[in-house]
Design a protein around this ligand. Structure first.
Ligand code: ADP
Length: 160
């Protein structure tokens, strides 16, 4: 039986920390759907189309990964996609408390379990909001963003 997980997030932008979770997730699942969230109440640095485009380009050669936008409840998207689990990364105790409540509520509502992978130590401090700040100030964020995505971001910066 094929095992599928969705890996939901804002990915604004997708970082090497996210990439690490996806790569390790591929050892646990046959397919991973990277689910790019769109919340109208939130302001994003990169548009939904850009975030989807970047991640698709990064995994263009990995047929087991697909990338989709969604704007419904994460559990509803998981059910729609016939996923077995929701994959998430855990960096800190604060992440744990936040994720615990969401995962438990999701489990009360549905049969969907959340599966957590602990961040590798070198990726623990990497988070999208710090990376956004570096990009805003035209700093060097190349260590924190997968290379294909970084090149696309640089091309866009040059074009604006
Ligand atoms: P959200 O707004 O849903 O938290 P993010 O894009 O910030 O979306 O994160 C998506 C997932 O990736 C979350 O499970 C988050 O904990 C995880 N994540 C974020 N940064 C890292 C990192 N550096 N290492 C491992 N996991 C991470």
């Amino acid at each position: 039986m094929e095992r599928t997980a969705i890996f939901p997030g804002s990915f604004d932008p997708f970082t090497v920390g996210h990439e690490n979770i996806v790569t390790r997730g591929l050892k646990l699942y046959d397919k991973i759907i990277i689910a790019v969230g769109h919340n109208t109440a939130k302001r994003y640095y990169f548009s939904l189309d850009e975030r989807v485009e970047f991640i698709r380009a990064q995994f263009a050669n990995e047929p087991r990964i697909s990338v989709e936008a969604y704007d419904c409840l994460t559990v509803d998207f998981a059910i729609k996609k016939k996923a077995d689990s929701i994959l998430r990364g855990l960096r800190t105790a604060a992440d744990f408390e936040y994720e615990r409540a969401i995962a438990q509520v999701n489990r009360l509502m549905t049969h969907i379990d959340s599966v957590f992978l602990l961040t590798t130590p070198e990726h623990t401090p990497v988070n999208s909001s710090i990376v956004r700040d570096i990009l805003k100030h035209r700093g060097d964020a190349s260590k924190f963003i997968p290379n294909t995505i970084y090149q696309l971001i640089k091309q866009k910066e040059k074009a604006t």
